[in-house]
Design a protein around this ligand. Structure first.
Ligand code: TXA
Ligand code: MG
Length: 320
């Protein structure tokens, strides 16, 4: 079914969620809203279903997927959670926080989910639709962002269709943009208690560690880095398909300007300079810039603090 037919779009109400669960059960692909971005879900225990994710996205098979779980109990079935990871899963989830932790030997996951790594990325999303779907499914859900590999991530059902129409079975439409608007923070938590930020995102890891353990998180030493960290983070990514100029105070005549604060653009991320608002609007602005007639994009400077670190991380990759 995936890859050949029309993609159905349904409101993410109880019937829509029930249909999504049936499609997933039979090994299909469903795009689902989360609080970060839309995810492209398949049952994580089926090699055939997981293979469809890689095909639909055109994703390289060395780039592992995030497994979405209801909460800490399902996480414990899949991973040997280091102490701090267990505490956080129990107290902080559901949240825009993904933890890379040791895979439990014998865990019922298709090998392609982890791309052969001894670790697994786990997240319990803070969104009623994804949580309802996980509750309706007796298996965990592998779900990368619901876009063709390398393109801008989707924060609306229309963004999903922009690159995956006809390649997946169903899109559950939440009817409103994803609240966070940026992918989850990814942290590797090691059994020795060290942490490593693999991708900045909505959750500030120092603040999180400070809250529970009264100090910033202990950084993993360079020598302890695993062979592949967050492979999807290495290449150019989030690309709108046009040259993108960073730290622009004004636009050249052939540029579509994405503004921030005092720099007013064709679209503006946040006129008041609010970084959370800017994060939630970033991908919609990049999608709009991609559709605009101007052949180039310029983006105003965004301060490198709070979620601004994650915004600038995505902008640098979009420009690469
Ligand atoms: O907010 C999000 O995290 C969204 C929503 C749908 O949950 N998902 C998302 O997935 O952004 P994706 O596939 O676009 O990014 C997942 C990242 C990739 O960079 C991948 O390399 C990394 O997680 N990753 C997955 N498993 C890993 C592992 N075992 N070790 C290191 N990195 C891993
Ligand atoms: Mg992605």
């Amino acid at each position: 079914m995936s890859g050949k037919n029309v993609t159905e779009v349904r409101l993410a109400d109880a019937e829509g969620i029930a249909e999504a669960a049936r499609i997933l059960e039979s090994g299909g692909l469903v795009a689902v809203p989360t609080e970060t971005v839309y995810g492209l879900a398949a049952r994580a225990d089926s090699a055939e279903a997981v293979a469809k994710i890689y095909t639909a996205k055109g994703r390289p098979d060395f780039n592992p997927l995030i497994v979405h779980v209801r909460g800490v109990e399902q996480a414990r079935e899949l991973a040997e959670l280091p102490h701090q990871a267990d505490v956080i899963a129990d107290l902080v989830w559901p949240a825009p926080l993904t933890m890379v932790v040791p895979l439990r030997p014998g865990a019922n996951l298709a090998p392609a989910v982890t791309a052969g790594l001894p670790t697994v990325a786990l997240r319990s999303p803070n969104h009623p639709v994804m949580q309802a779907l996980l509750a309706a499914c007796p298996f965990p859900l592998a779900a990368p962002s619901a876009n063709r590999s390398g393109f801008v991530s989707p924060t609306s059902a229309a963004h999903v269709l922009a690159t995956l129409d006809g390649r997946i079975d169903l899109v559950l439409d939440d009817g409103r943009p994803c609240a966070e608007g940026l992918e989850s923070t990814i942290v590797a938590i090691r059994t020795d208690g060290s942490w490593e930020e693999l991708r900045p995102g909505p959750i500030n890891l120092d603040a999180l560690h400070q809250h529970y353990w009264d100090e910033p998180y202990p950084r993993a030493g360079r020598g302890e880095r695993s062979r592949i960290e967050a492979p999807g983070q290495l290449a150019s990514h989030y690309a709108p398909g046009k040259p993108l100029r960073l730290n622009a105070e004004w636009a050249e005549p052939d540029e579509f300007l994405i503004g921030f604060g005092a720099v007013e653009g064709d679209v503006t991320l946040s006129a008041g300079g609010n970084l959370d608002e800017a994060a939630s609007r970033l991908y919609a602005a990049l999608h709009e810039a991609a559709r605009a007639p101007e052949p180039r994009i310029a983006v105003a400077p965004v301060p490198e603090k709070g979620v601004g670190r994650a915004i600038n991380d995505r902008l640098r990759r979009a420009a690469a």
